[in-house]
Design a protein around this ligand. Sequence first.
Ligand code: ADP
Ligand code: MG
Length: 555
Amino acid sequence: MVSKIAAGEVVERPASVVKELVENALDAGATQVTVEVRGGGVSLLRVIDNGSGIPSDEVELAFRRHATSKLSEFSDLDAVSSLGFRGEALPSIAAVADVEMLTRSADEVAGTYVSLTSGVLVEKGQRGCPQGTTVTVRRLFQNVPARFKFLKSAATEGSHISNVVTQYSLAFPEVRFTLFIDGRLALQTQGNGELSDVLVKVHGLKVAEEMVVVGDGGSAVRGFVSSPSVARSSRSSLSFFVNRRWVRSPALSRAVEDAYHGLLMTGKHPIAVLNIDLPYQDVDVNVHPTKREVRFRNEGDLFATVQKAVRAALVEQMPVPSVRRQPTAVAPPLHSAAVQRPPARASQEELFEGPAPSRPTSRSVLPILRVLGQLSGLYIIAEGPDGLYLIDQHAAHERVLFERVLAQRASSEVEVQGLLEPMTIELTPRQAEVVKVHLAVLGSYGIALEPFGQQTYLVRAVPAMVRGDAVTGAIREIVDSLAEEGGKVSLEDEIAASIACHSAVKAGDVLSIEEMRNLVRDMESTESPHTCPHGRPTMIRFTSAQVEREFGRVT
Ligand code: ADP
Ligand code: MG
């Protein structure tokens, strides 16, 4: 009984068994790991590896509590480099299931087979097998009704298992992972060492192409993050590994999300796969039974390092105007194909001095800005507490109007302008279908359309803010975005962004000082003043220090 209770800590659900067995396979140096699951892992769980195997005379020991081959001295616990170290997993699993193991180490001719029921050895013998270890777990939790009762459907348990295998395949791109769920091949990676190839398997080609490389060969923080154009509505796509151990860390999640500050729409979250290399002494892995939570010695430093590394990678691939004296190559566009490694540059900080990111939860605020004038009919020049600001008038106005559209709609107070002369708009059959389905949604934004023949619609009213010359353009764009399946942002945001775009002042519009002041004031009250609805920056800053440096005033 004692062993069953303790087991519960490590073995919460079938996915925890898979996690422990996969970690053992990886600790054993396997280059191929195959996981088979049936009935959500309750009827069958099998992990096959081609790792070191266990010598015959140590097999029974492996199932004994606190027997681990991985730490030779107690003091090793301060610097754990293997995934396992407590010698708890195998006995814990054996206590709550029927377990078989077949294993052979390199220098043995025959493999060793053992079978255990309720933690007790019932059979031991020799069998031929390839080098490596196969562990088969059956009837999980059958003897622990309390656990069994809390299991979810086979599909849910299966999805947790698939998550575990996915995470380890991301952490170990050099290992070939194969996952079968009820006989169906659910995941298979190449094991060629390329994380980008694993990303394609996990997130699909489209998303993988929009991932940005973080760090390079020598960096402590390495991996991929999604470009701001790709977003998820939950945090579940943030994966962290510390020394390749899969960890859960709210602090690291916050560091990454902080790096996206102003780049993602509210409620959207990035995808990240990051491994952080730390001296083993700087991370305590022995704080949680399942080893998912770790404690960092210098959490503050780590937070800053991760945040900076991710921000640098994002900035590197954004089309941000350079403020450096040396003209730099134009950054690749946001939607550049292929998972690219950014070219190494001297200092990414220097390239873009965006307004400092603010704290996670608080709304980002803009310093008080004093408008000085307009540049080229494109930018507002303003002075702030720390330097000079160039504000993209169109992007800034878009941001203001975007938030206004969403707010008006949320409070059902959309201002509309009726058209005295209704305009006609012709659509493709596909577009016409889509519009028919979304008439009410469009109406909620103040866009009143009326069928007029098969593929023609009459535009009766549009949002009041839309510029007269932009009405058709706006509606076409909105219809296009409705027709485009699987958009990256929500439909609501997309429609609002289109309306904002076709309502905002244009590049080339000459603005009076008064108009510019109003715009800047409106910016100050937006939620995310630093980016336009598409995630591009609305402003860049030349810090006073930069200006001084350029004038050679600083030594
Ligand atoms: P831990 O991983 O914490 O050492 P486990 O209970 O998971 O404890 O495993 C006990 C021991 O069994 C390990 O230390 C290792 O020596 C051996 N072992 C378990 N699984 C494997 C495997 N797949 N390949 C090689 N050795 C293994
Ligand atoms: Mg282990």
